[in-house]
Design a protein around this ligand. Structure first.
Ligand code: ATP
Ligand code: MG
Length: 418
C-alpha cells in the first residue's frame, strides 16, 4: 500500500520526463505561432461549475467526478477537464471586455476522472488544450483543428485521422431529438440503464454510449437535420479545412462527451492494433459562457490527452532521443584534487557546460565507470600529478582519446565543443 501509487495514477520518472518536456514544448511552440497565451486554472473548482459547465447528463458528471466536501462544507471537485475552469476564469476576470477573441492554451494540465483504469484510461491524466472565446467565424474552428494537428505533427505523429461532425445548436437539435427519440423508442428496452435515463433528458448523448454502440449504427444523423445557420457553418468549416490542406472525414457518429458543445465537434484518432484511440477531442461551445452566467459569448477548444499522445508515439516508434545528462564528468583522486574538482565543476556549470562529479566517495576506477554509465561525453581527471603540472586530463569517451589540457584553458575548450 505504502509504496504503491493509487490505482489509475502514474509517476513520470526522472529517466522519462524528457518525453513529457518534448511534447509540452511542441504545444508551447505551436500555440505561440497561432497567437495563443497560456492560462493556468486551479486543480479544483466548485462542483456546481462542472454540473453546469460539463453537463449533468454526461458520463463525466454522472459517473466519473472526484467530488468531496472540504472542511468548510463546500462541495469541491477535482477538475475532470479544462474548458469549464477556463470559461469560469474568462467570466471572473472580465476577459469579455478585452479585445476578442481571447485565445488561450494549457499544457499538461492535470484532469481527474474516476474511471476503470485500463490502457489509455487513467484516473489522473493530463491534457494539453486550447480555448478560444468570442470568435464565431468558422475560420477559428479550422484554426483550432489545425493547431491540434500541428502539435501532433511536431510530436512526430503526422498521419492521424481527423473526423469532424456538427451537432447543431439548440434551435435545430430539438427537432432532431424528436426524430431520434422516435427511432430509439423500440430499442429502449434493450439499451443500457444510463441510455434509458438519457432518453428523455438528452437523447443525443445515447449515441456516445460505448455499451450500446453496435445497436445504434443506423440512427438518424444530426447532420441531416441542421438548420440553415449550422449547415452554413459546417460547409464553411469544410471549405476552410480544404483551403488549409487538412484532410478529414465526416463522421456523423461523433457527438462528444460533454453537454455544452454546439455545431462543430471533432476528434483526432489513431487506429492502433489494440483498437482505435482518441488522442484529441474538441468542439464549439457557444452556449457555455452564458450558461455559467457570463455574457453571450461563443467558444471553441480542444483537449488532448498527453498520456495517450505518448502511447501513440511509442506505438509509432517516434520517441525522441534522451538528452545527454552530462557534457563533462570530473573524476578526482585525493582530498586536494577533490576541492579542485569541485571548483572546476562550478566553473563549467557557470559557463553552461553540464557537469558533475562523484558524490558517493567512489574509487577513481568506479568514478570512470559511473561517468560512462551516465553517458558523459567527456571525462576530466584531476589527481595530484595533474594539479602539480597545472593540467587536466581530458578523455573523449566516444573516441577513447586522452589528452592533457592546461587547467586555464579547459572550460573554454569544453564550451567550444558543445
Ligand atoms: P473517451 O471517449 O475516450 O472516454 P472522452 O470523450 O471522455 O474520451 P474528452 O473529455 O474529450 O474525452 O477528453 C479529451 C481527451 O483527454 C481525450 O481525447 C483523451 O485523449 C483524454 N482522456 C480522456 N479521458 C481520459 C482518461 N481517463 N485517461 C487518459 N486520457 C483521457
Ligand atoms: Mg470518457
Amino acid at each position: 500500500m505504502l509504496t504503491q501509487a493509487p490505482k489509475g495514477t502514474q509517476d513520470v520518472l526522472p529517466r522519462d520526463s524528457y518525453r513529457w518536456q518534448a511534447v509540452e514544448q511542441a504545444m508551447r511552440d505551436a500555440a505561440a505561432l497561432y497567437g495563443y497565451r497560456e492560462i493556468r486554472t486551479p486543480m479544483f473548482e466548485h462542483t456546481e461549475l462542472f454540473q453546469r459547465g460539463v453537463g449533468d447528463t454526461t458520463d463525466v458528471v454522472q459517473k466519473e467526478m472526484y467530488t468531496f466536501n472540504d472542511k468548510g462544507g463546500r462541495s469541491i471537485t477535482l477538475k475532470p477537464e479544462g474548458t469549464a475552469g477556463a470559461a469560469r476564469a474568462f467570466i471572473e476576470a472580465h476577459m469579455f471586455a478585452d479585445p476578442l477573441p481571447a485565445k488561450m492554451y494549457y499544457v499538461s494540465a492535470p484532469a481527474f476522472r474516476y474511471e476503470r483504469p485500463q490502457a489509455g484510461r487513467l484516473r489522473q491524466f493530463h491534457q494539453h488544450g486550447v480555448e478560444v472565446f468570442g470568435a464565431k467565424d468558422a475560420t477559428v474552428d479550422a484554426e483550432v483543428i489545425a493547431l491540434a494537428m500541428d502539435v501532433l505533427k511536431r510530436c512526430g505523429l503526422g498521419g492521424l485521422r481527423l473526423a469532424i461532425n456538427s451537432i447543431g445548436c439548440p434551435n435545430c437539435r430539438a427537432a432532431y431529438h424528436d426524430k431520434l427519440k422516435a427511432w430509439l423508442k423500440p430499442l429502449l428496452p434493450s439499451l443500457c440503464k444510463t441510455c434509458g435515463e438519457r432518453y428523455e433528458r438528452n437523447p443525443l448523448r445515447i449515441l456516445d454510449c460505448k455499451e450500446d454502440a453496435d445497436k445504434l449504427t443506423d440512427a438518424p444523423a444530426m447532420l441531416d437535420s441542421l438548420c440553415d445557420d449550422c449547415k452554413a457553418h459546417f460547409d464553411k468549416l469544410r471549405a476552410n479545412l480544404d483551403a488549409m490542406g487538412i484532410a478529414y472525414t465526416v463522421d456523423p457518429r461523433i457527438v462528444r462527451g460533454l453537454d455544452y458543445y454546439t455545431k462543430t465537434v471533432f476528434e483526432i484518432i489513431t487506429d492502433a492494433p489494440e483498437g482505435s484511440l482518441t488522442v484529441c477531442g474538441g468542439g464549439r461551445y457557444d452556449g457555455l459562457v452564458s450558461e455559467l452566467g457570463g455574457p453571450e459569448t461563443c467558444g471553441i477548444g480542444f483537449g488532448m490527452g498527453v498520456e495517450r499522445l505518448l502511447m501513440v508515439q511509442d506505438a509509432a516508434g517516434v520517441t525522441p532521443p534522451a538528452p545527454r545528462l552530462y557534457d563533462a564528468f570530473v573524476c578526482t583522486l585525493g582530498d586536494k584534487a577533490r576541492l579542485e574538482g569541485l571548483k572546476l565543476v562550478t566553473e563549467l556549470r557557470q559557463s553552461g557546460v553540464k557537469a558533475d562529479l562523484d558524490h558517493a566517495a567512489r574509487s577513481l576506477k568506479a568514478q570512470f565507470k559511473y561517468a560512462d554509465k551516465m553517458g558523459a561525453q567527456y571525462v576530466l581527471t584531476l589527481a595530484d600529478d595533474e594539479i602539480a603540472k597545472g593540467v587536466v586530463k581530458l578523455r573523449d569517451m566516444e573516441k577513447s582519446e586522452e589528452t592533457e589540457i592546461p587547467r586555464s584553458e579547459i572550460t573554454d575548450l569544453m564550451k567550444s565543443r558543445l
